[in-house]
Design a protein. Structure first.
Length: 318
């Protein structure tokens, strides 16, 4: 059995992930490179996932590594603040900002958003919860979350909504498998049991003139991508889930024509957002604008250009 992950291991991981080099991180941390390498492998063992792609040129974060980085940075910052609060009587208690995200936006934004928010609001602890659109909107309405980024939410009198961005969907298959006829011989896998997600995927398959049938469900996009990369399945996935994979050879990726999903910010209908919430929204808007500008395949779209078969067109800000 692996030992429990402690604060020091997370701090070491943040340093390695930030510098993209165990050698450089070891120098900054003043420990032996071999000892730091063992620590990183121990974290991977304890979590049961690969956090790094290792090569002679250095290391790159896996999807799991990118997700851990945002949370680990927040946790190490929380620990620092806790120590300051306990040892310095002048320290004011931190407030928590609880927000929710469906998995795609979390993959797309989390690392950058956590770092920028803590610079902009150093006394606020950002806590992020992942879930389905239905679960998160219910939590916002109940006051458990201040806001949430969800997907194509239905009208809800309990909530206010603001459109953030749209993103394309893609047919994702094993590397080198461009024939849709060959794809159909493989199991079709989906990353969610949500009826809303299934309905979106079914519409996307209709746009591709391919039959819709679910052979397998898996708990996360990361698991789905691993299965596809091994040649064992194919799926429909949003831009945010595969935005880091376009320049590699791990998948065959084909855009679903004239079809996208809408990411929406939801908050309680009986009150406005707090000052800290507004700071977070501004950071999200800025990050999305940067990502759209840098996106070479136009899989991330301003809401004004969103197109979806059979969907009611909406103006941004409605």
């Amino acid at each position: 059995m692996g030992m429990a992950i402690d604060h020091q291991q997370l701090r070491y991981f943040v340093q390695v992930a930030t510098l993209r080099s165990i050698n450089k991180a070891a120098g900054h941390l003043h420990i032996a490179q071999s000892a730091l390498s063992r620590r990183m492998r121990q974290i991977e063992y304890d979590l049961g996932v690969d956090l790094f792609h290792r090569s002679p040129k250095g290391i790159e974060l896996t999807t799991a590594g990118r997700r851990l980085l945002g949370r680990a940075a927040a946790l190490t910052d929380d620990f620092r603040r806790l120590r300051e609060f306990v040892t310095d009587p002048r320290s004011a208690p931190s407030r928590h900002l609880h927000i929710g995200m469906v998995p795609g936006p979390s993959l797309l934004l989390l690392n950058r958003l956590v770092a920028r928010f803590h610079r902009a609001a150093p006394n606020i602890v950002l806590q992020i919860v992942e879930g389905t659109t239905q679960t998160l909107t219910d939590q916002v309405a109940a006051g458990e979350l201040e806001m949430a980024i969800v997907t194509d939410p239905p009208p809800d009198l309990r909530l206010q909504h603001r459109q953030l961005w749209a993103e394309g969907l893609f047919l994702v298959g094993p590397p080198g498998m461009k024939s849709r006829r060959r794809l159909r011989r493989l199991p079709f896998v989906v990353p969610s049991q949500s009826p809303a997600i299934r309905a979106i995927i079914e519409q996307a398959m209709q746009r591709l003139d391919m039959p819709f049938h679910v052979d397998l469900e898996m708990p996360s996009s990361v698991s789905v991508k691993r299965l596809i990369a091994s040649g064992g399945a194919y799926s429909i996935m949003p831009y945010s889930a595969i935005s880091e994979d376009f320049n590699g050879n791990a998948f065959t990726i084909d855009r679903v024509p004239d079809f996208s999903i809408l990411r929406v910010l939801a908050w309680p209908g009986d009150r406005g957002t707090t000052a800290e919430g507004n700071t977070l929204i501004d950071l999200i808007d800025g990050l999305v604008a940067e990502l759209i500008a840098a996106d070479p395949i136009k899989g991330l779209l301003p809401v004004q250009t969103r197109r979806r078969a059979g969907a009611r067109r909406q103006r941004a800000g409605e």
